[in-house]
Design a protein around this ligand. Structure first.
Ligand SMILES: Cc1ncc(COP(=O)(O)OP(=O)(O)O)c(N)n1
Ligand SMILES: Cc1ncsc1CCOP(=O)(O)O
Ligand SMILES: [Mg+2]
Length: 371
């Protein structure tokens, strides 16, 4: 039999309290942990779902969040809810300074994925004390959330690629970071780190800094030539030339979420790259350029061909600057990539803004002649 505790309430009435057995106390604690983490998971998923729904208009991703929330609700039984003791919870006032501010949607999403995954892990472990099936259910859910995270982050990446019209390919420079940051301030959203001669230690260090910089501005970082370095610095993708790694192999190593670009100089290379699964192509060199000395120009004719035939984003590249960009645009280009125009600019922000303004200009459609 339980021993009763007696205490006198404020109005003088003596109340008898049946204390919990030690086992019951532990059960109550487990219920509280389950209750708090079921709530935490549901809230985190709701935050992610709102972005999938309103930010991305993606019914499939939003649907997956909703499905997971509904699965969670099935485990949130009355006995677990009844254990809630918000007033007695010493954790409600604890918060980390990083929770008070989020630098971007990406960091907001990442923080919430982290929170959901942690909470699911807690549910998995403590759930085993509640029922063996609970442990299994939350383990499966945790894996589904990992898949959701990688689909969502991959989707965001590809969306940003499609929205990008200007592409900066870097060249070695003492002011590499200042130049890139200045262009990012002008609205640049796509950067490729290209350094053909430095040691890998330098490349790793610079590309890591560039990835941090680009992500802080909500831009993508692509690594030139090297799939291994792209993975090592957690870049958003890789750019491969005709002599670089085959796209299929790169895809195996990088997975579906990262971006793979391919250089093309003619229609045959263009169709091959598309069939092999490139996410975008470089089209050029349009003009001869010292940046790729000795490489013959493909010319504006190839721009016209790409404009008519490429179903994936393509970037005209090679010798493009503020003076000739409109010729390239008039030949059908909606996206261009540049090295010197930005790397050698005195004011990269202004040049970026100018190039983007030309690319974003609404062009009059060719007049339809009625007979
Ligand atoms: C956007 C873009 N287009 C083409 C290239 C050229 O790639 P590649 O032919 O592999 O030559 P290198 O850049 O490796 O010298 C590119 N880098 N980016
Ligand atoms: C990397 C590359 N691939 C085709 S042209 C080119 C260089 C373009 O450089 P720039 O914009 O300075 O002419
Ligand atoms: Mg290359």
């Amino acid at each position: 039999m339980k021993e009763a505790d007696y205490y006198e309430s404020t109005n003088g009435v003596v109340v008898m309290v049946e204390p919990y057995s030690q086992q019951e106390q532990i059960q109550q604690i487990v219920y509280r942990i389950l209750d708090a983490n079921l709530d935490r998971t549901r809230e985190g998923l709701r935050i992610i779902e709102e972005w999938c729904r309103f930010g991305l208009n993606n019914a499939q991703l939003a649907g997956e969040c909703k499905y997971l929330r509904q699965e969670l609700a099935k485990w949130h039984t009355a006995e677990i809810r009844a254990a809630r003791d918000t007033v007695g919870d010493i954790g409600t006032d604890l918060s980390h300074p990083q929770e008070e501010q989020r630098a971007s949607i990406k960091s907001l999403l990442q923080a919430n994925f982290c929170r959901v995954q942690e909470a699911l892990r807690v549910l998995e472990e403590y759930g085993k004390l509640y029922s063996p099936n609970m442990g299994k259910a939350f383990k499966q859910m945790r894996y589904r959330v990992y898949t959701l995270e990688s689909s969502l982050m991959g989707y965001q990446r590809h969306q940003l690629l499609w929205r990008s019209h200007l592409y900066l390919v870097t060249s070695p420079s003492d002011s590499l970071f200042a130049t890139v940051e200045s262009a990012l301030k002008g609205g640049l959203t796509l950067v490729q780190y290209r350094d053909k001669n430095s040691d890998d230690t330098v490349r790793l260090e610079q590309a890591t800094r560039l990835r941090q910089l680009c992500h802080a501005y909500g831009a993508l970082l692509i690594m030139n030539d090297r799939v291994d370095l792209a993975l090592a610095v957690d870049a958003d993708g890789v750019h491969l030339g005709q002599q670089d790694m085959p796209i299929a192999l790169a895809r195996q190593l990088l997975g579906p979420q990262r971006i793979i670009g391919r250089s093309t100089t003619n229609s045959e290379e263009m169709h091959r790259a598309i069939n092999e699964g490139a996410d975008y192509i470089g089209v050029g060199p349009i003009y001869e350029t010292p940046t790729k000395a000795g490489k013959a120009a493909a010319g504006l004719e190839y721009v016209r061909y790409a404009a008519q035939n490429s179903p994936i984003p393509w970037f005209a590249i090679g010798g493009i600057d503020a003076n000739n960009i409109n010729d390239v645009i008039d030949a059908g280009a909606e996206r261009v990539a540049v090295v010197r125009s930005l790397m050698q600019a005195e004011q990269p922000t202004l040049v970026t803004q100018y190039l983007l303004s030309q690319l974003n200009r609404v062009r009059p459609q060719p007049e339809i002649v009625q007979n």
